[in-house]
Design a protein around this ligand. Sequence first.
Ligand code: NAP
Length: 281
Amino acid sequence: MKDKYLFGVVGHKIGYSLSPQIFQTISKITGVPCDFKSHDIAPRRFNIDFPEVLKSGIDGFSVTIPFKNRVAEYLDEVDVSAVAVGAVNSIGIKDGRVFGYNTDSYGFSLPLLKHSDKLHGGAALVFGAGGAAKAIVHSLATRFKMRRVCVFARSAVKFAEFKQCLQENIPSLNIEGGLIEDYDPQSYEPYDIVVNCTPLGGWNHLDESPLPSSFNWLAGKIYCDLSYNRGNKIVASAAKQALTAYDGSIMLIGQALRSLELWTGIKVEFEPVYGEVFGGV
Ligand code: NAP
């Protein structure tokens, strides 16, 4: 173990991020000494400021919106977890070498493991086609063996890139869907799970919804939102319509602990950290 670790998060408009609190909690619970720094980088300055983060003596950091698809060129090695997903959300630095990982897929699966039977062979709707959505679709298709995965994006170009990337990585997968405005309940309902992989409904977009106006809540199904702001209106609405609803809090802690293990080899139990940060599952 080092005398002191330096961890961080890199993204834009990340003032809401709970990552500093999570790593302070880990340090308090385990005694692992660490400092944590949030790097809020304007997208136009990414190629100038990101290399400075890499040179800052940092041991590991998370990558969040909107940079998951921009870090690839800075990596010396990409771990199998990130190759499989086609996106990097976690970067570790050892002996000056830069390693890319994906821990979103692991974190996302945690609350769903107990629903595996319900998901197996079923249909999924995914809103958003960014870096986190890649991990989610990968998890739904490979870990939960879902038969039909339909993805909706706001850009046809991004949808096409997303589909090509995932289908190259998972040859048995045929991604359906397309533009959000073309969503048609007759073609895409019923579903077994809906996942919001956009920031809409989250901290910087509290009153916006990713769901098309023609979308219907179906009782007994599962809703997952990757945002972890308490009181998320879409999560509350899903729960009110008798869906099993999860916000992104379990995923957040899960991916952070997995990252810590990859960066340092240190394993930390989930429950105490979750309880301290969110007040219990
Ligand atoms: P990303 O790579 O930037 O992807 C964001 C996706 O949302 C893209 O498809 C983007 O479309 C779309 N989007 C952005 N703003 C939008 C808007 N105003 N209207 C409609 N679509 C919009 O980001 P990410 O890393 O995948 O993260 C996505 C969300 O998940 C973020 O809110 C992030 O905080 C959350 N997240 C949570 C966890 C967790 O542990 N709970 C982990 C990862 C991510 P374009 O490509 O067209 O811009």
